[in-house]
Ligand binder design. Structure first.
Ligand code: NAD
Length: 452
């Protein structure tokens, strides 16, 4: 039992804001003593559905946030992830009750819970998120919202109908480095001038299929009940059609989401080339390699964005590059990467932005050793522009600010950074890539396609 279990759950709900009424949650029910009230308003009780790799990452980040308490965990893999997560939360004094089915969890816990984090495979997101919102709970749901747009649309509609928050797990939307880059460097200081081109990638080294010793296998009947053909498919669901969306969705959607955010408009069209070039098509139903070009219509004209995802070579890792007629921004969730380059000759001096703390000045190049020959550029080369850096360190775990934004929204203190509508827009943009690969033609997005 947690200390809050003695409190009438309906009163708990009365304090939380709803998606439709930010701040309305601050209204206080009259019958509770002040001490109980502050406890209620402060502590948010959370359930986790999906205690796998990402469930663990989110729990680790959420444990850093004060007044968030996990009280229930649900996972169909009882003998492994469910046990592991319940035990690990108990070590942090989050006494929690385990469930192997979300319906049982909701039946027993819905009145105790305020919110649920959904970190199951993509094809389960819609059902989990929708049923939790219908049960009166706010939902933080991992990307991709769904493997199909109809279900993603239903998620947004349910959020609107129930007035419950639906935050989608594109966590860069709450990352202080990305917010600084967009608000201060691109919008306010206009260091890039007009954005003319974008490039991005997520290259990942070859990985073998995951396996597990027999003793941890889930019974076949349970696997089938939850939509998996076999233990192998359960462990490697990302590669299967209908279960995941393939690497372009899994990895690319985070970054393609940023393209739309920074340009202020979703794409107009997409072409793509991809295939299962390296792995076996019998196991890797989705493409292991995708190269794609989006076109965006901005006020200045067309912006083309090249994006690639490779799963057989990790060269360069993952990052996005925004190129303008005055400068370039290179940024990545990986905190070690990130720089700005001034197009010397085209851009005004950036000294004032260094002075104002928007960017850090380039480090002085080491002077050549005495007597060393001077390096001269060939006529075909250009000198690399000076590299400025982003003065915003990422001190927290990558997912923490996005979870904080979710919990702050529930408390009526913030606005969601990635509500269902934004997640939907990104799902439309990224799911179309698989179709473009299939059809091998340029696909246009119709006006209104991004609307729920
Ligand atoms: N935001 C990010 O940076 C990020 C990173 C990785 C993964 N993800 C997303 O997180 C989600 C989970 O990915 P993962 O890597 O943790 O996968 P995973 O396979 O490691 O974990 C999934 C967990 O869900 C459980 N599960 C499956 N079906 C279930 C059901 N019907 N009910 C309850 N539990 C069920 C599995 O037993 C497993 O423990 C995916 O949607 C993925 O796209 C997001």
């Amino acid at each position: 039992m947690t200390e809050n279990n003695s409190i009438n759950p309906m009163d708990r709900r009365g304090f939380m804001a709803t998606a439709g009424s930010l701040g309305a949650g601050l209204l206080i029910s009259s019958s509770r003593p002040a001490a109980a009230r502050s406890r209620i308003t402060n502590e948010i009780q959370v359930g986790l559905i999906g205690a796998g790799a990402q469930g663990q990452v989110l729990v680790d980040a959420a444990l850093q946030i004060p007044n968030v308490r996990f009280v229930a965990v649900c996972d169909i893999w009882e003998e492994y992830n469910l046990k592991r997560m319940t035990r690990s939360l108990a070590k942090f004094k989050h006494e929690n009750r385990p469930y192997n089915d979300y319906k049982a969890m909701l039946a027993a816990e819905k009145d105790r819970l305020d919110a649920v984090i959904v970190a199951t495979p993509d094809f389960w997101h819609a059902e989990h998120a929708i049923e939790c919102m219908k049960a009166g709970l706010h939902v933080y749901c991992e990307k991709e919202m769904s493997t199909n747009l109809e279900d993603a649309r239903k998620m947004v509609r349910t959020s609107r109908e129930t007035g419950k928050f639906l935050q989608i797990g594109h966590q860069r939307r709450s990352n202080p480095r990305y917010i600084h880059a967009y608000q201060k460097l691109i919008q306010e200081a206009r260091l890039l001038g007009n954005i003319t081109n974008i490039a991005g990638q997520w290259n990942r080294a070859k990985k073998d299929f995951l396996t597990m010793p027999e003793k941890y296998h889930i019974p076949q009947a349970t696997l089938e009940k939850y939509g998996f053909r076999s233990m192998e498919q359960f462990l490697n669901w990302r590669w299967y059609k209908g279960l995941g969306g393939g690497a372009i969705v899994d990895l690319g959607s985070h970054q393609i989401d940023i393209f739309t955010w920074f340009l202020g408009t979703p794409p107009r069209s997409v072409i793509a080339s991809g295939g299962t070039d390296y792995y076996s098509k019998a196991t890797h139903e989705w493409y292991d390699t995708v190269l794609t070009v989006y076109e965006y219509q901005t006020r200045r004209g067309t912006v083309r964005a090249f994006y690639q995802t490779l799963t057989t070579n990790g060269f360069g890792g993952y990052f996005e590059v925004f190129m303008g007629d005055e400068g370039t921004l290179e940024i990545s969730e990986s905190a070690g990467k990130g720089a700005l380059y001034r197009d010397v000759g085209n851009a005004p001096d950036w000294a004032q932005w260094v002075k104002r703390g928007y960017i850090l000045a380039p480090k002085e190049e080491p002077k050549p050793a005495a007597g060393a020959p001077a390096v001269t550029l060939d006529v075909r080369e250009t000198a690399p522009p000076p590299s400025y850096s982003i003065p915003v360190p990422m001190k927290k775990k990558y997912h923490q600010p996005h979870l904080e934004n979710f919990f702050d929204s529930i408390r009526g203190k913030a606005k969601l950074n990635c509500p269902g509508e934004i997640g939907f827009e990104t799902a439309v943009a990224v799911l179309k890539v698989n179709e473009a690969v299939d059809k091998a033609i340029k696909l246009e997005f119709s006006p209104g396609e991004f609307e729920v």
